[in-house]
Design a protein around this ligand. Structure first.
Ligand SMILES: [Zn+2]
Length: 353
C-alpha cells in the first residue's frame, strides 16, 4: 500500500460471502441486480426476505424515477421503512441501487459481482438525462461486500476490464495538469495527483495478477477503486482519474448508440488519448498487454471512422456538455494525429472475448 495520507474516508469494505451477510441482516431486502449474476445468487438468499427485485439495465432518470414511484406504491410503508437496498451485479446495478437508496433514504449494501467498473465505490449518482450523464446526488453505502468467489466466477474479461478506470489516471492526470497550467478548471492539488501516480505504479506491478484474475488481482482493483472513490469525494471532482479518455468514450457512445464494456472502452481510449497527448503511450500499452484487458478497436467494434469522428469532434462535444477542460480544448488535434493514434491502437494485442 502507498504511504500517502488517506484522502477522504474510504467506504467500509469487507471480504465475505454476500448471501450469508445479507441473510444475517434480518431486514427486508430491495435488490437491484443485473442478470447475470442474479439468477445464480437468488437461490442462495432463501433465508432472506426479498421484498422487491429490480432488474437494473437503464439509468434514464425518468424511468428510474417512475420505477421508484411504483416500488413505493406497491410496498407497505412499514416494510420499506425497515428495508436494506442492495446492489448486486455490475455498474448499472450499483448505480440503480444508489439511486433507490437516495430516493428512499434506506441503507445501502453494494455487492459488486465484477471488477469492471468503479461504480460500487463512488458516492456520486450518475443518471442519463436527454442523452448526457448528469450527477444528481451522493450516497454512501453502509458496506461494500467483496465476495471473491462470486467475482471470480464472472467472465475473466469483465474483471480484467477493471483496469480501465485505474489506467485512466494516466491520461486524466495529464489533462488536469495541462488545464491547471492554463488556469482552467479545478486547480492542481498534489494530494489526489500523487494518489493517481501511485495507483498507476501499483497497477503496473499488479498487471500480471489482474491478467490471471487472481484473488490478489481482484483485491488490488477493489482497493484502488476504494481509494479513488474516497479521493474524488474528498476533492469534489475526479480530475486525477477522469479526462479526455472518458470524454471521448462518452462522445463515441452518444454518436454510435453503442454501450461497450466500460473498462474496455476506457482502456482503449486511454491508449488513444495518451498517444494524442504524447504522454508515454508505451507504458499504457505495457499495462494493457500484461493485464490482458481488451482494448483493440476491432475487439470492441470501434471503426476508424467512428474513432476519428468522436476525436475530432471532441472539443465541441466537451463544451456542449460542460465537461472539464482537457487536451482537446488546449491543443488543436489534427486529422494526422487522429490517424497516428489509430495506427497505435490497432497495434495493440487482440484478446478473444
Ligand atoms: Zn469510468
Amino acid at each position: 500500500m502507498s504511504e500517502l495520507p488517506e484522502l477522504g474516508t474510504p467506504f467500509v469494505c469487507v471480504e465475505a460471502d454476500a448471501a450469508e451477510l445479507l441473510t444475517a441482516r434480518r431486514t427486508p431486502l430491495v435488490v437491484c441486480a443485473n442478470e447475470p449474476p442474479w439468477s445464480a445468487v437468488r437461490p442462495t438468499l432463501r433465508g432472506a426476505d426479498v421484498l422487491a427485485e429490480i432488474e437494473a439495465w437503464d439509468m434514464d432518470v425518468v424511468r428510474l424515477s417512475e420505477m421508484v414511484d411504483r416500488l413505493v406504491a406497491a410496498t407497505p410503508p412499514a416494510q420499506l421503512d425497515a428495508a436494506t437496498i442492495v446492489g448486486i451485479g455490475g455498474g448499472t446495478a450499483m448505480d440503480t441501487a444508489k439511486y433507490v437508496a437516495w430516493r428512499t433514504g434506506r441503507p445501502l449494501v453494494q455487492v459488486p459481482s465484477i471488477t469492471s467498473v468503479d461504480a460500487g465505490f463512488t458516492d456520486a449518482i450518475g443518471v442519463r438525462d436527454e442523452g448526457g450523464v448528469r450527477y444528481i446526488g451522493t450516497v454512501i453505502p453502509e458496506v461494500v461486500v467483496l465476495d471473491l468467489p462470486l467475482i471470480r466466477s464472472a467472465p475473466a474479461r469483465l474483471n480484467r476490464a477493471g483496469v480501465g478506470d485505474v489506467l485512466s489516471c494516466h491520461t486524466g492526470l495529464f489533462d488536469w495538469r495541462l488545464a491547471s497550467e492554463h488556469g482552467r478548471g479545478h486547480p492542481w492539488h498534489d494530494g489526489p495527483a500523487a494518489l493517481g501516480a501511485t495507483l498507476l505504479d501499483e497497477l503496473e506491478a499488479a498487471a500480471d495478477e489482474i491478467g490471471a484474475v487472481s484473488e490478489d488481482g481482484i483485491r488490488f482493483l477493489a482497493g484502488a477503486y476504494r481509494r479513488i472513490g474516497a479521493a474524488c469525494a474528498w476533492a469534489g471532482h475526479s480530475r486525477f482519474e477522469e479526462g479526455s479518455e472518458h470524454f471521448w468514450a462518452y462522445a463515441y457512445e452518444h454518436a454510435t448508440g453503442s454501450h461497450p464494456v466500460h473498462g474496455e472502452i476506457i482502456a482503449f481510449a486511454v491508449c488513444a488519448l495518451a498517444h494524442v497527448q504524447g504522454n508515454d503511450p508505451a507504458r499504457v500499452r505495457r499495462i494493457v498487454e500484461r493485464s490482458k484487458v481488451r482494448a483493440h478497436p476491432v475487439d470492441l467494434g470501434v471503426t476508424a471512422a467512428a474513432f476519428r469522428s468522436a476525436l475530432l469532434g471532441l472539443r465541441d462535444y466537451a463544451r456542449d456538455n460542460d465537461l472539464d477542460v482537457s487536451v482537446v480544448d488546449l491543443v488543436d488535434v489534427t486529422p494526422g494525429q487522429a490517424e497516428d493514434a489509430w495506427s497505435f491502437v490497432t497495434s495493440l494485442p487482440r484478446v478473444a472475448g
